[in-house]
Design a protein around this ligand. Sequence first.
Ligand code: MF3
Ligand code: CO
Ligand code: CO
Length: 268
Amino acid sequence: MAISIKSPSDVEGMRVAGRLASEVLDMLMPHVVPGVTTDHLDKLAHHHIVNVQGAVPAPLNYAPPGYTPYPKSICTSINHQVCHGIPNDRPLKNGDIVNIDVTVIKDGWHGDTSRMFIVGTGSIAARRLIQITYEAMWKGIVKVRPGAHLGDIGNAIQTFAETNGFSIVREFCGHGIGARFHEEPQVLHYGRPGGLEELKTGMMFTIEPMINAGKREIRETGDGWTIVTRDRSLSAQWEHTVLVTDSGYEVMTLSAGSPPPPAFVSGA
Ligand code: MF3
Ligand code: CO
Ligand code: CO
């Protein structure tokens, strides 16, 4: 199936869904403290999405081919967990780093975003990984404009991460998004400039680099979902849902609590 082009009214629906997803992270932020369990964060998120936002948590019971249905409403990936960590009853402890990934469905449209959180006080190494990963995501976002290629995005992210001594996870990528959670195209976080699909106004996809402090290799754990680094090094990820506009890009998944873009992002 071809890459869908969003109409102005589709985009308006995506703006709402994107903002709501980001607002779930805003709501969770003060709760990410030592001693809290990721199950508790999941319950808070579920309640907020369903009862406050009138939306649906897309991960709950999500079952792509070959997967068992995902059992929770958010993903919480801690330390060496790369992505798709399942909330559980273990308390977070001081110094943990956590990715919380939220996807909501509102009026049929999906908003997908994730941020990193530090529990209490993080190590300098952890803070640097989180910061570089955040900047890497934005290095990709600023490449987005009609006429650019998906390979430009991947190359910008890969070059920046590897220059800083980190590695890019290759098995998972960003994705087209809209009326479905995961659509075409795949958005690789590595690649060659000028490679792959040319971007056109109205395309909508996520950019969500997973970056490891050590080697890039990963493995799946026994729960069928959680991905970890093979060398048990720390891993970080940030995610935004982005629209290709005539003049460049628009980020769908912003809200009052979104961290500001890095200084190299000119006010668009
Ligand atoms: N939100 C993830 C993404 O960015 C997908 C999670 S699938 C789930 O694509 F089932 F684990 F929630
Ligand atoms: Co995504
Ligand atoms: Co996500």
